[in-house]
Design a protein around this ligand. Structure first.
Ligand code: C2E
Ligand code: CA
Ligand code: CA
Length: 411
């Protein structure tokens, strides 16, 4: 569409452009109008490319700009102008909104040719789409995150088969710290050439690609296996909770699968607890209530995780068919209004008790926080103040021998 006069220019930027929801414009306004919109956008891009740049349509609503520049800021300014001018075009009754990703050659010294520069511009364009920011300039951490993600995805199946995933258990103590009343299973990944990877890095990815379904089941089955071994040996047990990702709740076979595993290991009712986060519950109050009731009928204890971290109102609490309320650690973080948080925590604990729910305060780290909780009717404390998540054998040792010293950190 426009010639590249100074292909010798040392610094150049690749810019990938597409239209937000272009398909909708075709569907609503018709293909003719869709074509017109593309032509109008092409005219803007050609204009910005000027005599020294290139503007090209790659496919559908995907366009490319190659811009020579002296300072990276110039290329960014050109992208901002494109976004602004495109808002003058109307599609589907709205000003056109673009996803623009650019990569300046100085930000990608490892890009060997225009194709690799374009690949990186596309990474920035995806980032623009995800974050709703346009234009978005490529940076190396964006590509590193993408490569890391690809690496984790490539190896996850093999890792599960080869036993690289395992779980720790974090004890839930009574407030006095003398008795282990329960535990929460928390997954870890031991990668042979890297060491332990924490769930914050891989759980969000597995929730996107669906692998979490199998991982959660694996953790649940591991917990049942440990419980069975304890029961067979006539050793004491307490309820162990596992985290249930939101993806499970959309599967009709979720509960039957968990019941099958529980029955396979012959785990008595009340020993397995399923944690659903407050945000999962709030997303679909009615649907999730039904699932929670089903869980309880099948002999599972049901816990609301991270309560207080989201948008739920105390009003929701009264209808929750839950056995356990886990108060999010946010509650304990220093508040700008000292005393306010304590009043709220006390109130929630009292209310939960009246509704016959047990309460767990999560993320308790300091003796000061503990001292406060001892003035409430909180049933259980889960936090570093008593114990970090530990291997199951260590957890069961704590269960048999009683309390660690207050403030004892265990890794
Ligand atoms: P969560 O369910 O809220 O689990 C509690 C997290 O708080 C754990 O982090 C635990 O190590 C951490 N924690 C406990 N006590 C303290 C404390 O005193 N201070 C601080 N700062 N942190 C504390 P972890 O093990 O890294 O797990 C993070 C999250 O990953 C979990 O948050 C949960 O959402 C998810 N996750 C872990 N295992 C699984 C799993 O098997 N399945 C699913 N779906 N999610 C899991
Ligand atoms: Ca949890
Ligand atoms: Ca939690």
């Amino acid at each position: 569409m426009s010639g590249l006069r100074s292909s010798a220019a040392a610094a150049r930027a690749a810019v990938c452009v597409d239209i937000d929801n272009f398909k909708l414009i075709n569907d609503v306004d018709g293909y003719e109008r869709g074509d017109e919109v593309l032509r109008e956008l092409a005219a803007i891009l050609c204009d910005e490319a000027g005599r020294d740049g290139i503007a090209a349509r790659l496919s559908a609503d995907n366009f490319l700009l190659l811009l020579p520049y002296a300072r990276c800021e110039e290329a960014l300014d050109a992208c901002r102008r494109v976004a602004e001018r495109a808002r003058g075009i109307v599609g589907n009754g709205k000003p056109l909104s673009l996803h623009i990703g650019l990569c300046c050659s100085e930000d990608a010294p490892d890009a060997r040719d225009v194709n690799e520069l374009m690949d990186r511009a596309r990474i920035a364009q995806n980032e623009s789409r995800k974050r709703g920011i346009t234009p978005c300039a490529y940076s190396k951490p964006m590509r590193d995150a993408l490569l890391r993600r690809a690496d984790l995805e490539r190896s996850m199946e093999g890792a599960l088969a080869q036993g690289e995933f395992f779980h720790l258990v974090q004890p839930k103590y009574d407030v006095a710290g003398t008795c282990v009343l329960g535990g929460e299973a928390l997954v870890r990944w031991r990668r042979p050439d890297e060491g332990i990877v924490g769930p914050d890095e891989f759980i969000p990815l597995f929730e996107q690609n669906g692998f979490i379904l199998r991982l959660d089941e694996f953790v649940f089955e591991s917990v049942c296996r440990d419980l069975r071994a304890r029961l067979d040996a006539g050793l004491p047990v307490v309820p162990i909770s596992v985290n249930v990702s939101r993806l499970h709740l959309h599967r009709p076979d979720f509960l039957p699968t968990y019941v099958r595993i529980k029955d396979e290991y012959g785990i008595p009712d009340g020993l397995c607890e399923l944690e659903l986060t407050e945000s999962i519950v709030i997303e679909d109050l009615h649907g999730v209530f039904g699932i929670m009731e089903g869980m309880r009928r099948a002999g599972f204890r049901c816990a609301i995780d991270d309560f207080g971290s989201g948008q739920s109102s105390l009003n929701v609490l009264k209808d929750l068919p839950a056995d356990v309320l886990k108060l999010d650690r946010e509650f304990l973080l220093e508040s700008s209004l000292p005393g306010t948080e304590e009043t709220v925590v006390r109130f929630v604990i009292t209310m939960a008790r009246e509704l016959r729910m047990e309460t767990v305060m999560e993320g308790v780290e300091t003796p000061k926080q503990l001292a406060f909780l001892r003035t409430t009717e909180c049933d259980m404390v889960q936090g570093f103040v008593f114990s970090r998540p530990v291997p199951p054998e260590e957890f069961y040792r704590l269960l048999e021998t009683g309390a660690p010293d207050e403030g004892a950190f265990r890794d």
